[in-house]
Design a protein around this ligand. Sequence first.
Ligand code: NAD
Length: 251
Amino acid sequence: MSTEPETTALAEAIASAGRIALFTGAGISTESGIPDFRSPGGIWTRKTSILFQDFLDSEEARQEAWRRRFEGDAAMRAARPNRGHRAVEALVRRGRARAVVTQNIDGLHQQSGLDAAQVIELHGNTTYAACLECDTRHEMDEMRAAFEAGGRSPRCRRCLGLVKTATVSFGQPMPEAAMRRAREEAQAAELFIVLGSSLVVYPAAALPVLAVQNGARLAIVNREPTPMDEIADIVVRRPIGEAFGDAVGVN
Ligand code: NAD
């Protein structure tokens, strides 16, 4: 166990809390080799995002979206859950948290051993694709083969609708059921733990505030300061794997 005081405070808060809510962002996956958006040198500093409306309106935007997705495919496929994901999985397995609420789209919480139902995905999942008309699931290999063969953005094999990675793009509606479950998690928590989020993307970033308004203690584990540090009871500015792994007692 680390003797660093904030990590010790986090360990004590975890040990004494009733129900715990876990909320993760891109920062939990950087130690698995997937870059985040807003760290110095992160994806955001290099590329602007493709808005949902542009994807709908423009073949050029769709092709650019698919090119970017396939560019990142090798890193995504090679990524394995790290100590931070394992600590999250352990808290759920031990019954200390019911689920993890995640902004991530990489599927690493599921890979760490959680059931799909225990991972509340607010921004969808980029490891597969879905038709925007009929919601039919499409696998990445099929999408890549279609894109490379035709040089055009792939279409649904069932209804010929537009297909997009199963993620929530900027300008696209949030998934209602996932948002509802996430709010329930925040409202029921005695301790709300943020792991690796800059807490600037809304509505996801409103969840810690909701938890605090409902009487939860708030702990934030993030390398850089966040706008919510001032309402947090515990702020740990150390790498998640190390700090959260120590606090939960997982290697
Ligand atoms: P963000 O990039 O805005 O913030 C990540 C935060 O994590 C940063 O403040 C950074 O300081 C911190 N961080 C990075 N590595 C860390 C580490 N090892 N230990 C401690 N802190 C660390 O991420 P966000 O708040 O999740 O918002 C970005 C949006 O981008 C999300 O909506 C998400 O859907 C998407 N995104 C997802 C992935 C993924 O699935 N892995 C990757 C990039 C972006």
